[in-house]
Design a protein around this ligand. Structure first.
Ligand code: PMP
Length: 360
């Protein structure tokens, strides 16, 4: 068996040791004679898996006790609607920062429920930089301020946490949660689809300050009410048990890497190596302002886009998969999430240099 270098944007690479562990436990979980997937979510065994995963996440991100951690379904996309349904709390408007495709989708969905204030946008600059704190035109009466800490498609990442005073800050952290330490107390709510840095697709993690929940918009479906999930320990109905279990294994793995501090050092080296290779060549380019370059998603173009196809063919032959850029932007994109090793990044850089020499 040869595992390839996987640069997928999501569902993304998982740590090999996690996959191996799941394989070992697949047919007979801890001597119970059945797999974790085949147990009741209300069994003592599964409840302990679920509780351990939550505690490990609390440890990893140092989540204060007045925050609920929810394990939900529906992807980050469902959060685009659940956030306004739950957090408007009678206010007439919510503020959004526009930094690209994903924040745009969040804005579009929120517009169905409230008046969206566009606090700042870098659209005119083709989303090549993050608007600075001084540019944010905040509305003190807004229910919350929403931003996307890492634009997965654009490869644009905030290098600061917006200061919003008394107004709760909400963040879509789908593609950079757990990549580095964060101060959870700065946020009212953090959400993330699992399939990049957390675990397999099917699970969505929400971390929410407990005073913000329990006051939903009239007509909010039961399953879209954070309070319902908080009161039921995310087991109001059958949760995605296998994804939750796998996520627990990923959290254990992350602790073995030295937690978020440890993985942040590795991530910084990976990003530096790859951006260094791009900047050190006239053949490859990345348009993002250096301070706002994503450490997780690295888009790059070739000087001659006619070579794109050949690049991808040769990359695949060399065992480097999923480097094609998003259909909306073209070019290439290497996603280098937590589970993508430094060896994989080295292999990519070596391939890029070789390609430039032989095809450039
Ligand atoms: N937000 C961001 C930043 C994303 O990268 C994605 C998925 N690529 C989404 C939201 C949507 O996530 P999901 O597919 O889990 O709904």
């Amino acid at each position: 068996m040869t595992r390839k270098h996987n640069f997928s944007a999501g569902p993304a690479a998982l740590p090999q040791s996690v996959l191996a562990r799941a394989q070992e436990e697949m047919l007979d979980w801890h001597g119970k004679g059945l797999s974790i997937m085949e147990m009741s979510h209300r069994s003592q065994e599964f409840v302990s898996v679920a509780e351990t995963a939550e505690q490990d996440l609390r440890d990893l991100l140092d989540i204060p006790a007045n925050y609920k951690v929810l394990f939900l379904q529906g992807g980050a996309t469902s959060q685009f609607g659940m956030v306004p349904m739950n957090l408007l709390r009678g206010a007439a408007a919510a503020d959004y920062i526009d930094t690209g495709i994903w924040s745009g989708k969040a804005i579009e969905e929120a517009s169905r429920y409230t008046q969206v204030g566009l606090v700042a946008s870098s659209k005119d600059e083709h989303y090549t930089r993050v608007p600075a704190q001084a540019e944010l035109k905040l509305n003190p009466a807004a229910a919350y301020v929403h931003y996307t800490s890492n634009e997965t498609i654009g490869g644009l990442e905030f290098d600061y946490v917006p200061e919003t005073g008394e107004v709760p800050l909400v963040v879509d952290m789908s593609s950079d949660i757990l990549a580095r330490p964060i101060d959870v107390s700065r946020y009212g709510l953090i959400y993330a689809g699992a399939q990049k840095n957390i675990g397999p697709a099917g699970l969505t993690v929400v971390i929410v300050r407990d005073d913000l929940i329990g006051n939903t918009l009239a007509g909010t479906p039961t399953m879209f009410d954070y309070q319902v999930h908080a009161a039921a320990d995310s087991m109001n109905n059958t949760p995605p048990t296998f994804a939750w279990y796998m996520t627990g294994l990923v959290f254990k793995w992350l602790k073995e890497q030295g937690g978020v501090e440890g993985i942040a050092r590795i991530n910084a080296r990976k990003a530096e190596r790859l951006y260094g290779a791009i900047d050190g060549s006239d053949f490859y380019a990345n348009p993002i302002a250096p301070a706002n370059r994503s450490i997780m998603n690295v888009p790059f173009t070739l000087a001659d886009s006619a070579l794109d196809k050949l690049f991808l063919e040769r990359a695949e032959a060399a065992g480097l998969l999923n480097l094609k850029g998003h259909r909306s932007v073209g070019g290439m994109r290497a996603s280098i999430y937590n589970a993508v090793s430094e060896e994989s990044v080295e292999a990519l850089v070596a391939f890029m240099q070789e390609f430039e020499r032989t095809a450039g």
